[in-house]
Design a protein around this ligand. Sequence first.
Ligand code: FCB
Length: 400
Amino acid sequence: MRNFPKDFKWGVATSSYQIEGGNNNADWALWEEKKGLDKAGNACGSYEKYIEDIELLKKINVNSYRFSLEWSRIEPNEGDWNIEAIEHYKDMIKRLKIENIEPFVTLFHFTLPQWVSREKGFENKKIIEYFKRYVGFVVENLGSDVNFWITINEPEIYSTLGYITGEWPPGRRNSYIKYFKVIRNLEIAHIQSYKRINELYKKYGWSKPSISISKNNTDIVGKDFISKLYVWFLKYIFSYSYLNRVRNYIDFIGLNIYFYSEIVFDPFSKGNFLFRTLSLHNFDKQDIINWDINPKSMYNIVMDIHNRYKKDIYITENGLSDIKDTRKSKYIKDNLEYLLKAIDKGAHVKGYFHWSMIDNFEWIEGFKPKFGIAFINNNGERVLKKSGKYYSNIIKNNSL
Ligand code: FCB
């Protein structure tokens, strides 16, 4: 038996658009329509069934829950604050606190109100003011019960899929200049929100909150000299540059850990530009989305970030799409083993949030991937999977 640190935060993670349902004012609702994708629709119905979600959280034994607020619900039109929505989140947070479940509240998890996207979203500098105003409104209303804020989820994934591959809204392809503009605005939006949140906590005499972002870092390995150089460049752009710019405005680092990849320099292979990603037969894959995974990535990424920044770390997402739920328990065990190893080596890891509490809407892949440790049965009830029971036991014992 190996124990996790005392007061370790154990949780699961979700995001509003992926579970709530009925978010018709979000840019993603238009995107699904335009691209003929699966529709999030009622998703997991969590906006209505949040009390059942809390019952599920209790079954999982978590002491923390990471979820996001839906900006498009709170401010469906500019300056038009939806009081019912903010009361809803207030009630949810109060109920979590009653159950001793610490809320980790994400403010932006990929979806924008349509009125913001009509004004070009994060391409437009104006969003910084819009975002700050939204954050201010939310914090004034919810701040007294929240100690942990995550302003922005995965800035590089958001910008890459929206402005380089074009798979996500606003669907721009190879727009490198816009990519950097968006990243820059996401940095400033974070920094300004960080300052604003702290100001408001001071003003109301609430104890100082912990604020950060959630970063998706990839464990990527170059197999030859040229690809090693390329990996160095990629890591700079996707793993460190955002963190470097916001490092004085974060109280911890949130890491979302999912992928592993190996590349080789291969300028003559068809369909690749200079580098080829190796097919890894000796590693597991995520169902449906086919991302390669390697449990050791947990250790590699955590140690890399620990050595560079020496800050507290929370794993704010880590999970496996596993339709049959036959591999997920082992995935959890392997990842937690490597996390313990990193803790033994001195990394200040304060918590782990499994993605996800429940099978949900996985963006362009729709409902096919199954990241949940629970599912919704035919009677609409939330049911723990085998992996969910396995995880809840680990939490109960605070050990592996
Ligand atoms: C992460 C996202 C989350 C979910 C998981 C599978 O990159 O933050 O919303 O889609 O991947």
